[in-house]
Write a protein that binds this ligand. Structure first.
Ligand SMILES: NC(=O)c1ccc[n+]([C@@H]2O[C@H](COP(=O)([O-])OP(=O)(O)OC[C@H]3O[C@@H](n4cnc5c(N)ncnc54)[C@H](O)[C@@H]3O)[C@@H](O)[C@H]2O)c1
Length: 361
């Protein structure tokens, strides 16, 4: 088949990574870029050689010369744009989090089911060599049944500001922004187990830390120290129907050092995925520490995005089944909503049974 013709909605930070990866895929032509800020769209189009720009996503998603759409806008607009694109017959790569509410996630699932296109959620960590390698060990049974995962994604110096710090747009703070990566990693490695209950907590104690001096950090263009309606710190204990448990904590603001790790434990072995892949196991009554010999043991942003985009393009060409369908985003939306509900109520929240989420073998 010919080249896959791509449209990008949202020309901000993450769109830069999508565009850089599309540019390296020989099966792709980026046709149009849309942003409410046309200057930004025009600059991106010039940088990556897109023929057209527009400011209304409807013009892009209904264009007959576009096959697939990357949705790279702020969280609250993912559902509206993705559904319009699916209804126009396109496939969509939707940045994480897929949606900010369960109702929006359900609407995307329905739109995917009712239309010819497919959804791929931008869970970029799944595509990194360290995760791909670990998943192959898990699928081969080397770690045995998995029963425990521990994930920490702590930032200390404040939220990025702008829409990230506005709950009505972002849907929340570090939990929905950063925690989502590691919740998905746990679901992915455990083959999308059913969730039985969650017990969550959030704190809003330090705010966005606009007072901090002498430390460079990412801030959005419309950063405003007086505006912040998201949590500083969130965490949860997630119980799966299998009996397995995930312990997670994540922050934007904290009196502590930035810290990022993901560990998962099974009956035959355990693994650290981040900061770097490492496997601990037992052979012949002897404990073994195994470090795989691969190009990169760590999560590499550029590699993750390249593999994510290449997978999306291959699937659009009909050369593989969808790997991160909307149902995975609905599962996530239910978990996130339950964690926020549990934090609010101070009690454990039980989740009802869900349909099978596992990918076809
Ligand atoms: N996968 C990752 O690791 C990762 C990392 C960062 C951000 N993200 C996700 O990417 C998305 C975008 O984040 P960002 O940091 O690029 O934000 P950003 O603010 O830098 O860019 C968003 C862009 O979308 C535009 N926009 C907003 N609403 C629009 C609409 N209705 N139509 C057209 N354009 C619109 C804005 O003008 C802006 O240029 C978010 O959902 C975020 O969670 C993912």
């Amino acid at each position: 088949m010919g080249r896959i013709r791509v449209g990008i909605v949202g020309a901000g930070t993450i769109a830069g990574l999508h565009l850089a990866a599309y540019a390296k895929n020989p099966d792709v032509a980026v046709v149009a870029i849309c942003d409410l800020n046309t200057e930004r769209a025009t600059a991106r189009a010039a940088e990556f050689g897109a023929a057209r720009v527009c400011s209304d996503y409807r013009d892009l998603v209904t264009s007959s010369d576009i096959d697939v759409v990357s949705v790279c806008t702020r969280n609250d607009s993912h559902a509206e744009i993705a559904i319009a694109a699916l209804e126009a017959g396109k496939s969509v790569l939707i940045e994480k989090p897929m949606a900010v509410t369960v109702a929006e996630a359900e609407a995307i699932v329905s739109a995917e089911a009712a239309n010819p296109g497919f959804v791929q959620i931008g869970y970029v960590r799944r595509y990194s060599s360290n995760a791909v390698t670990l998943k192959s060990f898990i699928d081969a049974g080397d770690l045995g049944p998995l029963y425990y995962a521990k994930a920490t994604f702590l930032r200390q110096a404040g939220n990025p500001g702008g829409w990230f710090s506005n709950r009505s747009i972002s849907g929340g703070g570090p939990l929905i922004d950063l925690g989502v990566h590691f919740i998905d990693m746990c679901l992915f490695l455990m083959d999308f187990p059913e969730v039985k209950s969650v017990s969550g907590y959030t704190f809003e104690r330090l705010g966005n830390r606009g007072n901090i001096q002498g430390l460079g950090r990412y801030m959005t263009a419309d950063y405003d120290v007086d505006h912040n309606s998201v949590e500083d710190l969130a965490g949860a204990l997630v119980r799966f129907a299998s009996g397995a448990v995930l312990m997670l904590d994540t922050s934007y603001s904290l009196h502590g050092r930035d810290n990022q790790f993901f560990e998962i434990y099974g009956e035959k072995g355990g693994a650290t995925l981040e900061p770097a892949l490492h496997i601990t196991t037992e052979r012949h009554n002897t404990l073994m520490e195994l470090t795989p010999t691969i190009d990169s043991l760590t999560f590499e942003l550029e590699e993750g995005f390249q593999n994510e985009i290449d997978t999306f393009v291959r699937t659009a060409q009909g050369r593989g089944a969808p790997v991160a369908p909307a149902m995975h985003g609905l599962h996530m939306a239910r978990i996130l909503a339950a964690i926020y509900e549990s934090a609010e109520s101070g009690t454990e929240v039980r989740l009802g049974p869900i349909v099978t989420l596992a990918l076809p073998a």
